[in-house]
Design a protein around this ligand. Structure first.
Ligand SMILES: Cc1cc2nc3c(=O)[nH]c(=O)nc-3n(C[C@H](O)[C@H](O)[C@H](O)COP(=O)(O)OP(=O)(O)OC[C@H]3O[C@@H](n4cnc5c(N)ncnc54)[C@H](O)[C@@H]3O)c2cc1C
Length: 389
């Protein structure tokens, strides 16, 4: 049998691609080296921020908006809540050039994108911020951008919902199967795994932080860097209802390198607060997956204590997760440089989850129709060609 498409890697992007493919054909196979959702890649740990005015570039906005529609469609089909609107509070200094996800001027771009796309928002000065959001410590000169329809997604449930739907549509799913290699054989691609050999018209690689394995010897391999990131849940010492999703929004304090969520795990679940680091490169095989007490203490002293009110030093939970970064924070969605029938994706750069449902649609369209109406020019490998040797 020859598949219409095989998707390798069923994380956020691969599960979305398989779901979208399965709406058009049942001759699709998805394989993953683990059983998704799992905690070894980039798609785990309860929550992901979603927002519509995208400070990483206004050209991401159509992806975010289409993804909102797909999450709602999935909620209807599976009768579960995937997207919770809490509002989003994004704070920085006006005209700051500090980078977020490798993008300078993130807050300014966010505000401009909101105006361009008519996304409901409010700009808040410091007295208003202090009155409305007593959970935070604001600094003189802060500017607040509040987006009404921002909120959080549940990554594990989003992934599972898409795999369940794909399966119901006839897609075949093989967990615990690892792709070892692929090669062009005539018009088809031959995929070798640790279990079997398959033939397919199109191969879609959505292997997240493992993607460099598939870029083999191409110079593009050097573009992508994997970073260990830690997420922490600190205990709530203040009045618990103040920190619940109906009172506290998701937040990004861009100049202070901080983001997080309201308390979504009950009074004892803490609130998730995280920063980002881009100094130590790792791989999914080598990364240290435990979080030390010293890391927790440093996180509390440097980031939590100075920026929040009523959040205690006890860390009730922590997880390690992986960012796969391109040099400019954009994604890669393109044909493999050496194989016309292989699509290659790296849609992370620390902000990919919110767009993943639409990226899945783009990949399905590229695989089955050979084109998409989404503008993906910025995500072509060619746009990075000036950055490789
Ligand atoms: C700490 C953290 C916080 C984040 N916060 C946000 C946020 O708030 N908002 C947001 O929008 N985004 C956020 N992101 C980014 C978002 O989570 C990622 O963009 C997204 O999860 C990437 O998914 P993926 O499918 O590319 O990778 P993954 O989910 O890692 O999936 C890759 C899959 O490929 C499989 N695989 C790899 N190699 C093979 C092989 N050879 N054979 C078979 N299977 C293979 C793996 O097992 C894995 O399941 C965050 C990421 C992290 C790490």
């Amino acid at each position: 049998m020859v598949y219409d498409a095989i998707v390798v890697g069923l994380g956020a992007v691969g599960s979305a691609a398989l779901y979208q493919l399965s709406k058009q054909t049942s001759h699709v196979l998805g394989i993953d080296r683990f059983k998704p959702p799992h905690p070894f890649g980039s798609t785990h740990s309860d929550s992901r921020i979603t927002r519509q005015a995208i400070g990483e570039g206004a050209y991401f906005v159509p992806l975010a908006l289409r993804s909102y529609e797909i999450w709602r469609e999935l909620e209807q089909r599976t009768n579960q809540q995937l997207l919770t609107i809490t509002g989003g509070l994004f704070v920085g200094k006006e005209h700051s050039r500090i980078q977020t996800h490798n993008k300078p001027g993130w807050l300014t771009t966010t505000i401009e994108a909101a105006k361009q796309f008519g996304i409901a928002h409010q700009l808040l000065d410091v007295p208003t911020l202090r009155k409305r959001f007593p959970q935070f410590q604001f600094l003189d000169g802060d500017l607040g951008y509040y987006e009404e329809n921002a909120g959080f997604l549940r990554p594990e449930q989003c992934l599972s919902a898409q795999l369940t739907q794909a399966h119901q549509n006839g897609a075949i799913i093989h967990p615990y199967e690892q792709m070892l290699s692929f090669e062009q054989t005539g018009p088809e691609i031959r995929v070798q795994t640790d279990e079997a050999v398959y033939q397919t018209r199109k191969l879609i690689l959505t292997t997240g932080p493992w993607i460099t394995e598939s870029l083999r010897t191409t110079p593009y391999r050097e573009l992508l860097k994997v970073y260990r990131q830690v997420q922490y849940w600190f205990d709530i010492q203040g009045d618990y209802p103040t920190y619940t999703p109906d009172r506290m929004p998701v937040f990004i304090l861009s100049d202070r390198d901080l983001y997080g969520f309201p308390a979504i795990g009950g009074a004892d679940g803490g609130i998730k607060i995280a920063t980002e680091q881009y100094s130590e490169i790792t791989t999914p095989n080598d990364v240290v997956r435990t979080v030390s007490q010293a890391e927790i203490e440093q996180m509390y002293e440097q980031y939590v204590a100075p920026n929040f009110v009523g959040v205690g030093p006890e860390c009730v939970k922590s997880t390690v997760c992986l960012y796969t970064m391109t040099p400019n924070g954009d994604f890669i969605i393109d044909q493999h440089p050496d194989y016309a029938n292989v699509l290659l994706t790296s849609a992370c750069s620390g902000h990919g989850f919110k767009h993943s449902a639409a990226v899945g649609q783009i990949l399905a369209e590229l695989a089955l129709q050979g084109k998409t109406n989404f503008d993906i020019q910025a995500f072509r490998l060619q746009s990075f060609s000036g950055l490789i040797n």
